[in-house]
Design a protein around this ligand. Structure first.
Ligand code: ATP
Ligand code: MG
Length: 345
């Protein structure tokens, strides 16, 4: 078998309220990686239903995430843009991984603990098994690089553990079939830049998230200029002026967050932002941040709204991407079935 081809895979859940964290931690980075890699960008609808979704909302949200990918600059002709449920191989490989991963591994996942909350008995089995499906999403394409926000680091480590256990458990069969070396790559997470973990605008210790009850906690990609200005103005801060060194941000989570957001939007570093704004009052910095956010986000929001008027166009892109994704995934599954010992025609 030829050396594993370098390939990028990543996904976003269609769970509504796409926000600045999704943009800076994920989608903006997807766009940059197109220059260097073959990429698959997936609307992970099978993940979304691990918590209840109203069917009509889900449909709308699948199209909205797709529109966000396009509006941010992902090229669906050069790259593969698709939704997970149209490629059955994701779920098929996830089942095999359910039998590779160990209960103890999944019991350590913090996302399950956070999302299941106090009532774990009432969480769906899918929410618990979510990381196995995520490993399948990546490995069904034998993707080598996965750009994600910091919150997904633990799941990516699990994907590596699953790949390694599969490669070890089936080493003899993999060799016998002439699929030398490691069948599944040990995927590398790409988590870097100034905004790998964008925090809530209301609480600098909590991740900005789609599911936060307060809309003031996040900037949505479709927010109007007025909404953005209001949210930035009301964002929680401390009473001190901005510091002049990065080290001084360590004990000031809200200041750190806003400076990180500015740096990511301006494609620069926290240090450079502090060179310009160190010593300034928040009022002046917030004005500049509002202006920058509006300049960067409002073209994306308008394009998303325009695309929302063309669902057939979006659905055609997803159908085309899905059929190209399926061709790769089906190849992997043939090998996997031979490795496991299933009989196939
Ligand atoms: P949910 O609450 O439904 O899980 P989410 O906001 O976490 O929603 P996902 O679809 O789970 O969104 O994640 C999509 C991508 O966005 C992932 O790569 C994730 O790491 C990244 N991401 C999510 N929130 C943030 C954040 N606050 N800062 C940086 N990246 C983030
Ligand atoms: Mg999430």
């Amino acid at each position: 078998m030829a050396a594993v081809k370098e390939r990028v895979f990543s996904g976003v859940q269609p769970t509504g309220n796409l926000h600045l964290g999704n943009y800076l931690g994920a989608i903006k980075r997807f766009v940059d990686l197109q220059a260097k890699y073959d990429c698959l960008y997936c609307v992970v609808d099978l993940h979304a239903i691990t918590v209840w979704q109203e069917p009509e909302e889900l449909t709308k949200n699948i199209r909205e995430v797709t529109a966000a990918f396009l509006a941010c600059g992902i090229d669906p002709k050069k790259q593969i843009v698709f939704n997970q449920s149209q490629v059955a191989e994701h779920a098929e490989l996830a089942w095999i991984f359910n039998c590779v991963a160990r209960m103890g591994w999944l019991n350590r996942m913090t996302q399950f603990k956070e999302k299941a909350g106090k009532d774990k008995e009432n969480a769906s089995v899918g929410l618990f098994a979510y990381p196995n499906l995520m490993a399948a999403d990546i490995l069904v394409y034998r993707a080598t690089h996965v750009p994600v926000g910091e919150d997904q680091k633990q799941h990516l480590e699990l994907a590596r553990d699953i790949a390694q256990k599969f490669n070890n458990d089936f080493a003899a069969q993999i060799a016998k079939l002439g699929l030398q070396g490691h069948f599944f790559p040990l995927t590398e997470p790409l988590i870097s830049g100034p905004a790998t973990r964008v925090m809530s605008l209301r609480d600098g210790t909590k991740k900005m998230s789609k599911s936060d009850a307060s809309d003031y906690s996040r900037i949505n990609l479709t927010d109007s200029a007025d909404d953005i200005a209001q949210k930035v103005r009301k964002a929680r801060t401390d009473p001190e002026p901005l510091p002049t060194t990065e080290a001084a941000l360590e004990t000031r989570p809200e200041a750190d967050n806003l400076v990180g957001i500015y740096a990511a939007l301006a494609d620069t570093t926290r240090a450079d932002v502090l060179k310009e704004f160190g010593g300034a009052q928040f009022s002046r910095f917030k004005e500049a941040l509002t202006e920058l956010s509006v300049a960067k986000l409002s073209p994306i929001g308008s394009e998303m709204k325009r695309l929302a008027q063309h669902p057939k166009h979006i659905d055609a892109i997803l159908a085309d991407g899905s059929s190209r994704a399926r061709a790769i995934a089906a190849e992997t599954m043939k090998h996997v079935k031979d490795i496991v010992g299933f009989v196939r025609a």
